[in-house]
Write a protein that binds this ligand. Structure first.
Ligand code: HEC
Ligand code: HEC
Length: 292
């Protein structure tokens, strides 16, 4: 029927094109949201296999040495030494596509990862092995393991007194622990909903929507500058795990109302609303106009 209308009135082509574009934009937004949610955080132990370390060294020499120096000792450019940064930093900077950097003067921001999973494992292995290879520097933080979420929201094990919101016991963590840890340590920069913002000197505070659970835990231990490092003294492994789960939960909180459009937030939702709304309005106006 639409096709027939189209043949009779070519004037309809414009509004229809607007609607078609809106549909495409909408589906791309949906798919992007789905892809981000699809990433699951798995904690990969760092390989100590010498062939992995050697393969990592080859990649390092080609892609990283020009900035970070021979065997990660730094001193070539403003880029820091990597001897003691550990697998957590290597994995975080590589899986979030922050490294390799094109221009050392730029803030390292999230990009599509440059390397595949195998190559990242090899580079992680090499960087974790650097203190042993160079003979100086303490080992850096390992890739953190995130404790599981308790099956009951108040924490497992009913023996603890009521009102104890820490959910202590079998090493599992609760979302409410994560919520308070996040409010205390992260929300001042990343906002209560993890949507990010701006810092002084034009530094970007990223949204936490794209980070998987391992990357959130790594970010705390690594502190990608200008974010501070949260070591085990400031945030225990348990609290780190709870915060990481809470950030994952923030990706899909209960919808406060309206159509969620993959939770892209009010701007994207408003945008789609405007495009669809105007498309339909234009269509209606054209129909009325050409009949009159
Ligand atoms: C163009 C120069 C450049 C190249 C190439 C480069 N980096 Fe970097 N890298 C930097 C700079 C500058 C920083 C500091 C940026 C920051 O802290 O945001 C950095 C930071 C890092 C950090 C964080 C260090 C810390 O103190 O926590 C890691 C890990 C890292 N790079 C790994 C790599 C790896 C692995 C490669 C190769 C795949 C690589 N980089 C390639 C310039 C470079
Ligand atoms: C002082 C402000 C500040 C605080 C506090 C802070 N962050 Fe950040 N965070 C940043 C900035 C700035 C970046 C971007 C760093 C970069 O560009 O490499 C960042 C990056 C991140 C990333 C990487 C996001 C991505 O998509 O790659 C994660 C995850 C993260 N922060 C989690 C946390 C958590 C969890 C806490 C609380 C424990 C926290 N941050 C506290 C400023 C902060």
């Amino acid at each position: 029927m639409i096709a027939a209308l189209l043949r009779r009135r070519r004037v309809l082509a414009g509004p229809l094109a607007v609607v078609a574009v809106a549909v495409v934009v909408g589906s791309v937004l949906f798919m992007a949201g789905g892809a981000a949610h699809g990433q699951t955080g798995q904690s990969l132990l760092v390989s100590t296999n010498s062939s992995d370390i050697l393969a990592g060294q080859t990649l390092y020499d080609t892609h990283c040495e020009s900035c970070h120096g021979y065997e990660g000792k730094g001193g070539v450019t403003s880029a820091p030494a990597l001897v003691s940064v550990g697998a957590a930093a290597a994995d975080f900077y590589l899986t979030t596509g922050r490294m390799p950097l094109n221009n050392p003067a730029n803030q390292a921001l999230r990009h599509h990862p440059y390397f595949d999973r195998t190559q990242i494992r090899q580079l992680d292995a090499y960087i974790a092995a650097l203190p042993g290879i160079t003979g100086d520097g303490p080992p850096g933080p390992a890739i953190p393991t995130v404790a599981p979420l308790c099956s009951s929201p108040s924490g497992s094990g009913g023996s603890g007194g009521s009102g104890n919101r820490s959910g202590s016991g079998s090493g599992c963590v609760t979302l409410s622990e994560g919520e308070s840890g996040f409010a205390l340590n992260c929300a001042e920069c990343h906002q209560a909903a993890g949507s990010g913002g701006m810092l002084s000197k034009g530094n970007v505070i990223p949204t936490l929507r794209n980070a998987n659970i391992t990357q959130v835990a790594e970010a705390m231990r690594v502190g990608p500058k200008p974010m501070p490092v949260f070591g085990p003294k400031e945030i225990s492994n348990k609290e780190m795990s709870a915060i990481a789960h809470y950030v994952e939960y923030l990706h899909q909180p209960a919808s406060p109302g309206g159509l969620r459009i993959s939770g892209f937030g009010p701007i994207a939702e408003g945008f789609v609303g405007i495009v669809f709304g105007f498309g339909i309005l234009l269509f209606a106006v054209r129909m009325i106009g050409t009949r009159g």
